[in-house]
Ligand binder design. Sequence first.
Ligand code: GLN
Length: 484
Amino acid sequence: MKLNELTITELRTLLDNREVSAQDVLRDVQGRIDEVEEQVKAYVTVTRDEALTMAKQADETLAAQKGSLLTGIPIAVKDNMCTKGIRTTCSSKILANFIPPYESTVTAKLLDQKYVLTGKTNLDEFAMGSSTENSGFHTSRNPWNLQCVPGGSSGGSAAAVAANECIAALGSDTGGSIRQPAALCGVVGLKPTYGLVSRYGLVAFASSLDQIGPITKNVRDAALLLNLIAGHDPLDSTSAPVDVPDYAPYLGKEIKGLKVGIPKEYFIDGMHPEIDQSVRDAIRQLESLGAVPVEVSLPHTGYAVATYYILATSEASSNLGRYDGVRYGHRAKSKDLIDMYMQSRSEGFGPEVKRRIMLGTYALSAGYYDAYYKKGQQVRTLIKQDFEKAFEQCDVIATPTSPSPAFGIGEKATDPLQMYLSDIFTISVNLAGVPAISLPCGFTGDNLPIGLQIIGKSFDEATVLQAAYAFEQSTSWHTRRASL
Ligand code: GLN
């Protein structure tokens, strides 16, 4: 077996026992990148030389002492997290040549441990999308079927993990962007509670919804990586001052008596039949492990997509105001100041980003603010209360992650509404701020992965991971790899 096919946990033992070196691991990962990246296109930037330097430094550390969790482990980072001195584009032409002068908090934590950065992964421009087709550079491919999208917006990260082009990755999730691509690529993705992981250095899309989280080959790696990146950060005013528990003891803890809520609004007519079947089988599997299914209701689910697309676009229209051709990024050639601002933005932003800036500006404008933005905030509160009420009756909630498996490239690209509906099962979680994981729970007849979503109470990632691990270890879905 090649080293790039292993997990963080497996490599940690090999590295600490000095059976392999960080440079050996990197050689296999970069060999794999050479072999498949031309087809998968998971990366915007492969940091080949930087990775080699980092692997050498990791080996020097490992010669003297045992490593920390990520010492010498090759990790891919979504290209919307700032990496000092390394180009960070958000897959946007407007930031095509942006080199951050500072490091995001999450990647700084990885650097402290002497991780190895394999590269910056592709996304939908500014994380707006569900397929990576909105990237300003290229569309990433699904390793299970190269004619299909990997999902999005963290599609590059999920594809890189699924294709063994890294050991694990970081993604960001505003309305499903970690969980949906994880589901479509057959890997594990976790969106933490809002405020658990610092957003310092994450390029803002919708600041009240954005969270960074791990995309990994199994639940254990997700738990370990989350432990590393979680925690209060004075550099992010929305970072929660909470104590982060050690998640490891929850892995392997039995789930007898655990109440699993099944929201009736998430099992609807017209759902993809194989997804419906797999998720129902998954719930039966949890039951066979001692969990107790209880029907719950999240009555405002039907308003979630509309609410999200008002609030997220409003925040985006404000956040993206900073790209004016002066302070950051692309500047158009023009002698006139106002014309220069306008041309810089016209040339730099792609069509989906422009659509969202217009929608958000409209929703925030005088005369419409009360009808749209304010109403959106009120419905958001109702959606949050739906979860609080449901969690009075259960410990976690189980749903499908995505209404469809990986779809064909181009299939939904011309129909924004169809694309927005890809996030119907993931968006409410961001509006409510609660944590959720997606993990493999089956395959379609066409051999495309299906994801199970497990949602938890605020700051109760421990129970989410406990349930996910119990399910994973009692099934073999996570052991399947794309035969690329
Ligand atoms: N697909 C959703 C959107 O387009 C969610 C994106 C995300 O989570 N970053 O906004």
